[in-house]
Design a protein around this ligand. Structure first.
Ligand SMILES: [Zn+2]
Length: 1162
């Protein structure tokens, strides 16, 4: 905007404030109107910045005192005030300063007989009321009483005025003090009656905006407790529920249904969760009684805060949220700088020398190593049906998987594909099994064997008690496998369950599963050794039998229109029409007697197996169940992960499940994510796989809260419902449902066994050690993987142990099973015979902790360890007693640093529940300071930008990876995470957290698809490829390596190009999801009802003007829909040269045309 214009505007405004000449004022108003009618809201903001609001208010003060009111001045003035005021964040303050509330109010009172002026007053009143402070003042001074005089029962007369009054009232009721005042004066009942009246009489839906406005009033009024109680007392639930039923069939009525649904949900009487306590059913006595009671942290929770008059948020701080984010950034340069501080006596680091056997490179050892390998090799070769005992390159990085482009999806159909990757490792028959047993005895890899055997020695009884969950009764194979005698034997078995070895043996005879890198027997062997708090006696079938990725990945679920609304109304129906509500508890950890054989026609639930965590199931209606997840051990929160078994289902019936104690404010389940399901019958028919499943999925706040009586919980904490419907593929099947593809501790341990035994020992150096025992007594494995030295020559041995380190970890958060699948991909690639892997092994020594929180995974936790702590918030000062895996992982890293061998790359694999795609979080001083807007001279701080190289590479080579989603900011709240501590204290420049979505991708090859295990594993292998390229780019390489790389990566260039091409549109913003597709906000402080929408009032003003132009009010029945064609025609005509060529129009009508022009629909 030019300087001249600026000064011109200032002259206009100051003249407006000082002049008493009516013509001058009218002229200025018309110029202002003209000015603001063009362009966008930016002009209005400009006028505001130059003191426009103040000038208009002062002019109003002067004009309002004229007697009788001078309409020709007041009308344009009020219109300008309404338009400017709603965009002026400090308007409330300015109104107070000008003492204008009383003026507007008394002007409105005096205009009661003049509907046009009154309507104008009400617009300004509404704008003033939107500000909390002036709204409260208006309330005290009788604004609501005035409005109630204007708001009438159904009538076709003066609907514009009625509408303006209702909307002003709604704005006033945002103030809680006004809401309370309204309730005590009996207005709530009045509003309900008015709403009913308009609802019944407006049969042609001409006055949707009036009905919606009345609902908005009710919505705000019920934000206070007194309002909700009164609403219930006035039969509000019944009335709204019934009227909504009339509206459901008409899509035009959405604005009404949405708000009514919100009110219904909000007023649904609060109930405590139906559990005796929010604390986990399982507790674990901590060593040394370190923490009897874990503190109630609730960083991400949502809390009810109504009931008392709290300081209401000032709209002036609209961008508080983004500020908060920035406040979290670390701005202390000293804290950002690397500082090698030890959290323990230096002498303690010596113990970690033993965890680096690769550095003690004496000849003997490596020789004996190869000796050992030989025996191993023999054995591997003796394994049946293992045509290649070298691991194939599992998800070959050289062949980008194109099958995913094929969109023809068959959920349960047979597998057409599976061409690549057909290397069955084992196929089991009875005879072979015994051979296996022999070899098993020969197992001589020290740790694994010791681990596996020791637990059986310790507790022989226990290992025999582990049984497979009973199978579907009518499975076709069942009768073949189990003859009647067998069945008798089974039934007479003391435990009443199938004894594992028989079942397993018989089952495995039928196992067509050639599931790569999975062996049911290895799984059982490992599972027997697991120490769990519930002392598991059952194996979940999917973990035992294995999972094979489906041939096609599934697109993200398209959200059904109005699904949340329908579900919420269905929930409310429990209260209004309780006839079909059963309310029977069918599974209950707290009251196990309820879990006994279920009532006929009722599903049977179970989850007492590794990673299972169902606490309670309640049959609500015939085909609907409420489910409650158990909290993390020694905690009262972190409900997100779920994994349970369900059986006795009917065919082709959609069952609705509601997980009613979720805590996150929002979920990817609102954005296309599905849960996963595994059907035992499908598996036995040759399709053993977890599939994305469920429809009508949504996630919303419910009426349960953490009551004081529940103890241990945070009082007033709100819960959310995840609801989904499932049609099971078979009758009387046994199915498993989970939040995400399960990956148990036993899965991981048996996977390591298989990798170890199937690698090429001549090429792959592999050491599996135990980092430490967990609190629960489970070993936490530590792997060392690199290439065997080329020869025993000195040079080769030196090269061998001088390779830089890469340190990888996963699964510190037990609910993030996706991280384990990514790790699986990494491990399989690292030990594979792929030439790239071969080269990579020659470049690095990999130290890998594949599961940092075994106890959490085993016991079905989502976030914590047995101590109830988030282990990824303990890295600053981990306790050797409470957080042993973190303490020792950090110790090992510190040891490496102390010998000058800090890793080149550190990466901790995680899962992200709010975002799509895969991305990295890293650490950068400069980016953090810039983002925080710090005045520190960043030019002085030198920073190696090498931390950006790896993510840039991954963006090119990994289809699921998106550079735009990466962030390199160091937040204060993350100062105790592995990423930040390893960066700061161990001095690793490339210290990352890798986040993989639970949902799907928005970019590239997998755009629009949900990720499956195959894509996650691929990410793990592509990460390895990225490391190799990083090495070539960043480190000096031997000629030999370069030559080999050149040979191999030529191929890669091509892939890179191809990937780039397919991702070329990957420049989109990658923000978090918007708050929600449908508003799920039932918060008391919610303002998200579209009232803040400027265009609405603008349109109202404009419509009114077109009406002034000669129509009668009674004809304006299309109000609230769109600008009528007549109005448009009027606009068009007045913008014709004829009318424009004259001097500035002075009549209010013409002025209005200008102001209306801006917001007319294009
Ligand atoms: Zn995590």
């Amino acid at each position: 905007m030019a300087e001249q214009e600026a000064s011109g505007l200032q002259v206009l405004l100051s003249t407006l404030q000082s002049s008493h000449d009516k013509d001058v004022i009218l002229n200025i108003l018309s110029v202002l109107t003209d000015l603001l009618s063009l362009g966008t809201g930016r002009r209005i903001h400009y006028v505001i910045s130059k003191g426009g609001s103040e000038a208009l208010l002062q002019a109003l003060t002067a004009a309002a005192h004229t007697e009788p009111p001078d309409h020709s001045t007041l009308l344009p003035l009020l219109r300008l005030l309404a338009r400017v005021g709603q965009r002026d964040r400090k308007f409330g303050l300015k109104v107070q300063k000008a003492e204008a509330t009383d003026i507007i109010l008394s002007l409105a009172r005096r205009s009661l007989g003049y509907h046009l002026l009154l309507t104008h007053c009400l617009w300004v009143l509404r704008v003033c009321a939107s500000n909390v402070t002036s709204g409260a003042t208006l309330g005290v001074n009788g604004a609501m009483e005035l409005l109630f005089k204007v708001i009438t029962p159904y009538s076709k007369r003066h609907v514009r005025t009625v509408r303006a009054a209702i909307e002003a009232l709604a704005a006033l009721l945002k103030s809680k003090s006004n809401s309370r005042r309204a309730v005590t004066r009996g207005y709530l009942d009045g509003l309900l009656r008015l709403y009913q009246d308009w609802h019944h009489n407006d049969v042609s839906n001409n006055y949707i905006y009036i009905r919606r406005g009345l609902l908005l009033c009710l919505k705000h009024i019920t934000n206070v407790q007194l309002g909700r109680e009164t609403f219930l007392g006035c039969r509000g639930m019944d009335i709204l529920f019934t009227t909504v039923q009339d509206c459901l069939s008409c899509k035009n009525l959405d604005p009404i249904i949405t708000i009514a649904t919100q009110i219904l949900r909000k007023c649904y009487p609060k109930e405590p969760l139906p559990v005796p306590t929010a604390r986990s059913f399982y507790c674990f006595p901590l060593p040394g009684n370190a923490k009897a009671e874990s503190p109630c942290e609730g960083s991400e929770g949502d809390y009810e805060s109504d009931g008392d008059e709290e300081a209401e948020k000032n709209l002036d701080n609209e961008d508080a949220e983004s500020k908060e984010e920035d406040y979290d950034l670390e701005t202390d340069v000293n804290k950002l700088r690397s500082r090698p501080v030890l959290d323990r006596p230096e002498g303690e680091l010596g113990q970690y020398e033993a965890m680096c056997p690769e550095l003690a490179h004496n000849f003997q050892e490596i020789e004996s190593e190869s000796e050992k390998e030989k025996t191993l090799e023999d054995r591997t070769e003796s394994l049946p049906s293992a045509p290649s005992h070298f691991i194939p390159s599992a998800v070959s990085v050289k062949h980008p998987n194109c099958r995913w482009r094929n969109q023809s999806l068959t959920e349960m159909g047979p597998d057409p594909g599976q061409k690549d990757f057909q290397v069955p490792l084992q196929s089991w028959t009875k005879e072979e099994e015994s051979r296996w047993d022999q070899t098993d005895e020969k197992r001589d890899i020290a740790e694994t064997a010791r681990d596996a055997d020791s637990c059986e020695e310790e507790d022989p009884a226990r290992s025999h008690m582990l049984t497979l969950r009973p199978l579907p009764k009518d499975a076709a194979w069942y009768k073949k496998v189990f003859c009647s005698e067998c069945e008798a034997a089974i039934n007479s078995y003391p435990g009443g369950r199938l004894e594992s070895s028989d079942t397993v043996t018989n089952l495995l005879e039928k196992h067509q599963g050639d599931i790569p890198f999975h062996s049911p027997l290895f799984y059982i062997t490992r599972a027997k050794c697991v120490k769990s708090i519930p002392n598991y006696k059952d194996l979940a079938f999917p973990d035992f039998w294995g999972h094979q990725p489906p041939p096609f990945s599934k697109p993200m679920l398209e959200r059904k229109y109005g699904v949340q609304r329908d579900k919420v109304l269905d929930d409310v129906r429990r209260l209004i029409q309780p006839d079909d509500v059963i309310g029977r508890t069918v599974f209950d950890l707290d009251e196990p007697s309820h879990s006994s054989p279920a009532a006929p026609g009722c599903l049977t639930f179970f989850s007492k197996f590794e990673s299972g965590n169902l606490r309670k199931a309640i049959q609500v209606r015939e085909f609907e169940y409420d489910l409650i997840m158990n909290a993390d051990v020694n905690s009262n929160q972190h409900h997100q992960w779920f994994y349970f078994e369900v059986r006795d289902m009917k065919l082709a019936v959609p069952y609705r499940f509601n997980i009613i104690n979720c805590e996150k404010l929002n979920s990817q389940f609102n954005y296309g994510m599905q849960l996963v399901m595994y059907s035992v019958k499908e598996a036995l028919q040759g399709r053993p796989r977890w599939l994305r499943a469920g429809h009508d999925i949504c996630y919303y706040k419910n009426h349960y809260h953490c009551g004081a009586a529940a103890g241990g919980g945070v009082r007033g904490k709100c819960y959310y419902t995840l609801t989904f419907s499932i049609k099971f593929p078979h009758k009387d099947d046994v199915c498993y449902l989970a939040y995400h593809y399960p990956y148990t501790y036993s899965t991981m341990m048996s996977h390591l066994d298989i990798l170890e035994q199937n690698r090429n020992p001549k090429k792959v150096y592999w050491r599996q050690q135990t980092l430490c025992q967990t609190l629960g007594g489970n070993p936490c494995p530590l792997l060392t993987i690199t290439a065997m030295p080329d020869s025993k020559k000195r040079d080769d041995l030196e090269q061998f142990c001088n390779r830089p380190y890469v340190f990888l970890m996963a699964r510190v958060h037990p609910g993030e099973s996706n991280a384990s699948w990514v790790m699986k991909g990494t491990l399989e690639f690292l030990v594979s015979s792929d030439p790239i892997a071969d080269l990579l092994r020659k470049c690095f020594i990999f130290k890998i902790i594949p599961m940092l929180n075994p106890d959490g995974v085993i016991n079905g936790n989502h976030r914590c360890s047995l101590s109830g702590d988030d282990l990824n918030r303990q890295w600053l000062t981990p306790s050797s007693q409470l957080h042993p895996t973190i303490y020792h992982a950090k110790g090992l890293l510190c040891y490496l640093r102390s010998i000058g061998r800090a890793p080149l790359v550190f990466c901790d694999y995680h899962g992200h529940s709010q975002k799509k795609n895969v991305f990295l979080y890293g650490c950068s001083i400069k980016e953090t300071l810039w983002q925080a807007g710090c005045t520190v001279d960043t030019a002085v701080i030198t920073e190696d930008v090498g931390y950006r190289t790896l993510p840039k590479i991954l963006d090119k080579v990994a289809p699921a990876f998106v550079m735009n989603s990466c962030s390199f900011l160091v937040e204060k709240s993350r100062e105790s995470t592995a990423r930040v501590v390893v960066w700061k204290e161990v001095g690793v420049l490339r210290s990352y957290t890798m986040e993989s979505t639970y949902c799907g991708c928005t970019h590239g090859l997998y755009k629009g698809l949900q990720l499956g295990t195959q894509e996650l594993e691929e990410m793990g292998s592509k990460f390895c490829l990225g490391l190799l390229i990083l090495h070539l780019k960043s480190l000096p390489c031997s000629k030999e390596v370069m030559a080999q790389a050149a040979l191999l990566l030529d191929l890669e260039e091509e892939i890179t190009d191809r990937t780039q091409r397919s991702c070329s549109n990957s420049c989109l913003e990658t923000d978090d999801e918007p708050p929600c597709v449908e508003e799920l906000d039932y918060d008391t402080d919610s303002c998200s009802d579209g009232e803040g929408d400027f265009s609405e009032l603008d349109q109202e003003i404009q419509e009114c003007l077109s009406w002034v132009e000669g129509q009668t009010e009674d004809e304006g029945a299309t109000m609230g829909q769109t600008c009528s064609s007549k109005a448009l025609r009027g606009l068009y005509m007045s913008s014709q040269p004829g009318s424009k060529s004259t001097a500035l129009p002075l009549s209010p009508t013409a002025l209005g045309v200008y102001s209306g022009f801006e917001s007319s629909p294009a």
